[in-house]
Write a protein that binds this ligand. Structure first.
Ligand SMILES: [Zn+2]
Length: 141
């Protein structure tokens, strides 16, 4: 897959994913990067950010490069992956809230343009949680 540098003004939306695993050994960005590079033969991890079970935010693919996380939507989106399958933690939703608010301000993205992966692919359950949880801790409304 070719790395295409994109005009970040084209970024219009954020798409939320999960790792679909609660295995402790999968709770790190390097494992996900390894899946994408060696199994999918991509140049880098497909997501732009990864949030581990402790709620720590890790940068993935540079934002100037289109991600590989949602068919048909990669050119104009930012992909965030939250570690987990069924077990998600408040600290992760807090981190997601912090990161998303920052990205919304930076790229002028509207709240209505934040979507779960399954909004675009109904065959998937990803990210396995209701993204309204992102706003449950937002005190700045
Ligand atoms: Zn997904």
């Amino acid at each position: 897959m070719v790395d295409i540098i994109r005009d970040t003004k084209k970024i219009k939306q954020i798409i939320i994913h999960c790792t679909d695993s609660d295995e402790p050994e999968h709770d790190n960005i390097e494992t996900v990067r390894e899946w994408h590079i060696s199994e999918k033969k991509w140049s880098d991890i497909g997501y732009h950010y990864f949030i581990d079970k402790k709620g720590k935010i890790f940068p993935g693919r540079p934002i100037e490069k289109a991600g590989a996380h949602c068919i048909g939507q990669n050119a104009n989106s930012i992909g965030i992956c939250v570690s987990g399958r069924k077990d998600f933690w408040e600290t992760q939703f807090r981190a997601l809230n912090f990161l998303i608010i920052d990205l919304m301000r930076t790229f002028n993205i509207k709240r209505c343009d934040i979507h779960p992966h399954n909004y675009y692919n109904g065959a998937k359950s990803c990210p396995n949680f209701n993204i309204e949880k992102i706003w449950a801790f937002d005190t700045k409304k």
